[in-house]
Design a protein around this ligand. Sequence first.
Ligand code: DLL
Length: 438
Amino acid sequence: MPTIENHIRDGEEALPRDELAALQLARLRDVVARVANVPFYREAFALRGITPKSMRSLDDLRRLPFTTKDDLRRHHPLGFLTVPRDQLARIHGSSGTTGKPTFVAYTAKDLTLWSDLCARFLVAGGLKSQHTVHVAFGYGLFTGGFGLHYGIEKVGAAIVPAASGNTRRQIEIIQDLGAEVLVCTPSYALTIAETARELGIDPRSLPLKYAHFGAEPWTEEMRQEIESQMDLLAFNNYGLSEVIGPGVSGECAMRDGMHLQEDHFLVECLDPDTLEPMPDGEEGELVITALTKEAMPLLRYRTRDIARLDRSPCACGRTTARMSRVTGRTDDMLIIRGVNVFPSQIEEALLRVEGTTPHYMIEVERPATLDQLTVRVEVMPELLSDRMDRMQHLRDRIGKEILTVAGIRATVELVAPRTLERFTGKAKRVNDKRGKQG
Ligand code: DLL
């Protein structure tokens, strides 16, 4: 397994905490002043008596209004701009589950900030100017491709902007150009590994040594799976379009949580129901305030992402707080027969059982009054056998793990390799048919 040296790109990542807090407060006052011309915030500020001066300490953050995806929809397409349209340099969008994309806008200065933030986490994860980086994220309205692209460029590495799709061709390009670094979703990395094997290429023989994965939830078990299949070191990075795109946080050499770029974002972890802060180490919804963005800084954006915060010092020397993996979203949380279930729990359970693969699909139905959970998983070819007792044994083991991890009984269906859908971007692993049934 490759290793990396610990390297910090920017002094602001390692400021003493009191200096960081002073910087954050100054930036908070500044952003409160700048968003006061956005009608949504102007109204909320008037109701709450908020002025930049009234932000006396970072605790005053709690007086600010929340911003939600619905608020962005209500002010479609660009009702949250703080600058005139002619100052915009780029517009991206995030596709929601409900049709129209939500647009997010950047000034030229925002684009510089964004590439700096991506460069920071890439360097934290071992990227060097001499590397060649294969980017298999979509280039388009999605922030993954362009965001990572310009971050890599900042570091000075060579970019192969392969974008998504045509996996066979991607493998050929990786081999021909000798890319040491892969950037994509973790699920697409698995597709690359699998396609390579089909072509008779051992994925471990590809030149890739490091990977930066993000844009979708994945588990520690999935990391181990990908690392052993591809013989590389995989780093997690997190972000969302509404806040900036990738670059909100990323892992350092310790790989023990993702460092939040707190000099540019104030991050709260709140109980999603009461909206009270959760103690460090406990799961809650991340709520993020962009301090330095120009075109469209959002206050207290409710990400719906569930994670934990850790403010203990990190051995890498960065002083910023770290967030755990995202364990789920408040809105992809399935409530099945009253039990809260996150798809990541099913993934964890499946990958604990030998013989399963990371290709699975979760289906929820309500044929009569009771919810039914079915988990389909591809098993390794050697385990698909004619012997009913063996198959039953494997199903039982998976069912038990799901019960242990997620606290729910599931019907387990074992399916042959390559029978479930493959993804080039974000994976869709849940088919909740309940709303669609009569
Ligand atoms: O996915 C930005 C991004 C691109 C991040 C590339 C990292 C790498 P959106 O399309 O707006 O933006 O989707 C944001 O994706 O709220 C999370 O639910 C999920 N997500 C992003 N990164 C991670 C991650 C980009 N590392 C939504 N782990 C977020 C888990 C993630 N979930």
